[in-house]
Design a protein around this ligand. Sequence first.
Ligand SMILES: *[C@@H]1O[C@H](CO)[C@@H](O)[C@H](O)[C@H]1NC(C)=O
Ligand SMILES: *[C@@H]1O[C@H](CO)[C@@H](O)[C@H](O)[C@H]1NC(C)=O
Ligand SMILES: *[C@@H]1O[C@H](CO)[C@@H](O)[C@H](O)[C@H]1NC(C)=O
Ligand SMILES: *[C@@H]1O[C@H](CO)[C@@H](O)[C@H](O)[C@H]1NC(C)=O
Ligand SMILES: *[C@@H]1O[C@H](CO)[C@@H](O)[C@H](O)[C@H]1NC(C)=O
Ligand SMILES: *[C@@H]1O[C@H](CO)[C@@H](O)[C@H](O)[C@H]1NC(C)=O
Ligand SMILES: *[C@@H]1O[C@H](CO)[C@@H](O)[C@H](O)[C@H]1NC(C)=O
Ligand SMILES: *[C@@H]1O[C@H](CO)[C@@H](O)[C@H](O)[C@H]1NC(C)=O
Ligand SMILES: *[C@@H]1O[C@H](CO)[C@@H](O)[C@H](O)[C@H]1NC(C)=O
Ligand SMILES: *[C@@H]1O[C@H](CO)[C@@H](O)[C@H](O)[C@H]1NC(C)=O
Length: 482
Amino acid sequence: MLWIVFLVGVAASKPLQNESISLYQTAQNTTDRITLKGNVSFEPDFKFSTSITVNRSAKYQEMLGFGGAFTESSAYVWSTLNATVQQRLLDLYFSKEGLQYSLGRIPIGSCDFALAWYSYDEVRDDANLTHFTVSHEKKWRIPFIRAAIESRSNWTTAPFKFVASPWSPPKWMKTNDFPYCPTSCFDCQLKAEYRDTYAMYMSKFITAFDELGVPTWAVTVQNEPEACPLLYAGMHFNPETERDFVRDHLGPRLANDHPAVKILAYDHNKDHVAKWAKVIYADAAAARYVWGTAVHWYTGDEFENVNATHYLAPDKPILATEATVAREKDPRAPAWENGEHYAHDMIGDFNNWVVGFIDWNLVLDMYGGPDHAGPAECEGLIKCGSDAMILADNSTQELYLQIFYYYMGHFSKFVSPGSVRVGVSASTNDLESTAFVTPANETVVIVLNRQDSATTYKLLDRLSGKAARITVPAHSIQTLVY
Ligand SMILES: *[C@@H]1O[C@H](CO)[C@@H](O)[C@H](O)[C@H]1NC(C)=O
Ligand SMILES: *[C@@H]1O[C@H](CO)[C@@H](O)[C@H](O)[C@H]1NC(C)=O
Ligand SMILES: *[C@@H]1O[C@H](CO)[C@@H](O)[C@H](O)[C@H]1NC(C)=O
Ligand SMILES: *[C@@H]1O[C@H](CO)[C@@H](O)[C@H](O)[C@H]1NC(C)=O
Ligand SMILES: *[C@@H]1O[C@H](CO)[C@@H](O)[C@H](O)[C@H]1NC(C)=O
Ligand SMILES: *[C@@H]1O[C@H](CO)[C@@H](O)[C@H](O)[C@H]1NC(C)=O
Ligand SMILES: *[C@@H]1O[C@H](CO)[C@@H](O)[C@H](O)[C@H]1NC(C)=O
Ligand SMILES: *[C@@H]1O[C@H](CO)[C@@H](O)[C@H](O)[C@H]1NC(C)=O
Ligand SMILES: *[C@@H]1O[C@H](CO)[C@@H](O)[C@H](O)[C@H]1NC(C)=O
Ligand SMILES: *[C@@H]1O[C@H](CO)[C@@H](O)[C@H](O)[C@H]1NC(C)=O
């Protein structure tokens, strides 16, 4: 018996790269904001009731990255800041000291967070898109995106990956001849005779943005195809019409014009992602054009649905492409729970195969706007438009960082693109956790405590058999690096 135990012990023992753990923390009612609290030493394993165990041998998905959305509203707000504050905002998101964002979402044309409705070809029935132009974007968005690219290229050669998503084609391509969907989903669809034209429209967008120095990495077929919005740009697909559009029009067009650009299906809430993936992946001729699926978070956790989607087609990644919360508090007194919401969702998503996370508007004004759909109600600075990690007051040139900026940083600053998720398990439901090994071979463990009391736990690194005792305060998040 002793002999067997000895052999197992030797086989399982792999040394630690670092004998000590760097512990970063953000905690409520403290000044800790992604603060390096110190270095905790590993010691031989010991008995302790509450534990988080990391198994670096159990390897799962490779991570793509983290980012936010370059909406027209964000670009406009950024343009109203002075040069010093503009640079500070870029640094907060894209520099090495900031969130190190590597992903960006770019609406193709207007969306709810644009100053108004517009498209790239307003000339009716221009089937060959002779009048196509993206010149509208030269005022707000292109300068903002290019400044972000420059800010990132300042410290890394790893490129930005931009995911572009259309909200609506020009109205003349749609059955209701209108940018929004005021009556129903049924009459807010792509006209059959303009399917090829619309595929060409998306291809021309990619070419035009390339020429302006903004390369597209992927497109989603349609933002929120089930939504049919009353007050802002939208268009309806169902799983079958999206599958057919990709298979017969968008897929072949991009394969010819932009073979490196990936196509992501769905781009809507997690509740129906498996249903859509099932229909689209069942058709091999459509599926071969589809890199993966994109999801939003507005129907709640739904972690079992992204897991199920992964097992439908394990080689097709799932990317979270949008998340936001409504403005309910004065930005000068930010809501803690929004940070916990983001971290909870990311941990659940990543533990169920999601490869990255893109937040919505990078910056908004103090009212959570501008958005041309308009905030339903405004009570001073409370209950307005949408929340953003950074809110800007252009009269004082002050930036207000919301708590979810820091919670995002606990992931985005440490889980660099190419990191691989590894096994983690906790002995308690009070703590949520996920773990990765980075391309630099560092182990990153994220521990979220949303409870009203602190917890002391043992971090056990299974392969080395070494452990450390750590206390995670009430309403806090920790990133452990070793
Ligand atoms: C990564 O670190 C582990 C120890 O944590 C070590 O066993 C392994 O050899 C390292 N791998 C590389 C590629 O450096
Ligand atoms: C912890 O270790 C890191 C990396 O070795 C070092 O840069 C840092 O100064 C240390 N911090 C503290 C608080 O000891
Ligand atoms: C760690 O993961 C590997 C690979 O999945 C697995 O074979 C092993 O049993 C795991 N170890 C423990 C202690 O769970
Ligand atoms: C400042 O922001 C407000 C609210 O978004 C906007 O109405 C105003 O035009 C901006 N001021 C300047 C100088 O851009
Ligand atoms: C579009 O171009 C094709 C081929 O050049 C031409 O045959 C067709 O008449 C054009 N259609 C329109 C509406 O201009
Ligand atoms: C690049 O980094 C340097 C040093 O941190 C900084 O002074 C400069 O403003 C940065 N440039 C951009 C474009 O972010
Ligand atoms: C994910 O789905 C697989 C396949 O259906 C299932 O075996 C597994 O238990 C699921 N995992 C979770 C965490 O629900
Ligand atoms: C921008 O605004 C900030 C905050 O009011 C101020 O400190 C700074 O001097 C201004 N910079 C420029 C270039 O005007
Ligand atoms: C922080 O302070 C608020 C207000 O006093 C309180 O409700 C909350 O429980 C405190 N949180 C922690 C973690 O102490
Ligand atoms: C871990 O070790 C590697 C290689 O020695 C080193 O580059 C890295 O800074 C260390 N990380 C920490 C968190 O101490």
